[in-house]
Design a protein around this ligand. Structure first.
Ligand SMILES: Nc1ncnc2c1ncn2[C@@H]1O[C@H](COP(=O)(O)OP(=O)(O)O)[C@@H](O)[C@H]1O
Ligand SMILES: [Mg+2]
Length: 274
């Protein structure tokens, strides 16, 4: 795993000592996710009705489905923000042992603290058990990963919507998560900003090596970014489709367009019940 990442870095034009240092730990903390018979009800509303999934460490999974089908509920359970009604959730380290995944989430709205600078908003992602000097170094590195190094001292109000969302991404990444959940993080961005944020998410995923679970309503975004797309319908996985193309991907690839069509048909129920 690390070897592949190092090859990528050696091929990169802007290689620096800082990046080489990071390759040594690429993907080291990435966690696999196993869900067995996972169910969630709110009163009589059975939202998740038996989800069985194994997501290998470092895989990028997109979850799509109609509004209200339980995508955010699934992410909240992955984050430990909500408990399942039945079934099991496990995280495994790269050796297959049970682990506590350091799972982080980015929402559609950035949820920054307006009275803190960009850098201090990112520090929040480290929790309070971190030495100040270490924190400063980590924050500087992650802000440069999201191309906001020069905005460290700015207030959130001085940033564009896309930049604020990149701060939220940096805050989630600064603690080197094993699992990163993304709940429609590009949903509120304009089309061009969305494409550059997609490229950024793809690049940090390849460089930092976490397991990614992206909820999106944009089927094209799903096939562009994910190794695998899962369709949720009536509380179950109705389609689990591999997207077997190398990253980064070009927009306008006809093979991806074909997969996009299949996924749309599955969501809209126009695929003959397959
Ligand atoms: N805390 C909650 N209490 C009661 N019902 C909830 C709660 N959270 C979600 N739901 C219900 O669960 C269903 C799925 O919601 P959600 O996971 O947000 O859907 P999605 O993200 O796919 O649009 C909806 O019917 C919603 O009303
Ligand atoms: Mg949702």
């Amino acid at each position: 795993m690390t070897v592949i990442a190092q090859e990528r870095f050696h091929g990169a034009a802007d290689e620096t000592d800082h990046e080489i240092e990071r390759t040594q730990t690429v993907g080291a903390g990435a966690a696999a996710i196993t869900l067995k018979g996972l169910e969630k009800s709110f009163g009589g509303n059975r939202v998740l009705r038996g989800i069985n999934l194994h997501i290998p460490a470092r895989q990028f999974v997109a979850v799509i489905g109609k509004s209200g089908c339980g995508k955010s509920t699934l992410l909240r359970i992955l984050m430990g923000l909500d408990a399942p009604t039945a079934g099991e959730l496990h995280f495994e380290d790269t050796d297959g042992g049970d682990t506590e995944a350091n799972a982080r989430i980015v929402f559609q709205e950035p949820r920054l603290l307006p009275w803190l600078s960009v850098a201090d908003n990112v520090v929040v992602g480290l929790g309070d058990k971190v030495n100040r000097d270490v924190a400063a170094k980590e924050v500087e590195a992650v802000l440069s990963d999201v191309q906001l190094a020069e905005k460290a001292g700015d207030w959130p109000a001085q940033l564009s919507g896309g930049q604020r969302q990149r701060v939220a991404l940096a805050r989630a990444l600064v603690s080197k998560p094993g699992v990163l959940a993304l709940d429609e993080p590009m949903g509120a961005l304009d089309a061009l900003t969305r494409i550059s944020m997609q490229e950024l998410v793809n690049r940090v995923w390849r460089e930092l090596g976490f397991t990614a679970v992206l909820v999106t309503h944009d089927v094209s975004e799903a096939v562009h970014l994910a190794d695998r797309v899962i369709v949720l319908d009536e509380g179950r996985v109705s389609l689990d489709l591999a997207i077997p193309y190398p990253h980064p991907r070009r927009h306008g690839n006809p093979d991806l367009a074909e997969l996009e069509g299949r996924l749309l048909a599955a969501i809209l129920g126009t695929d003959g019940g397959r």
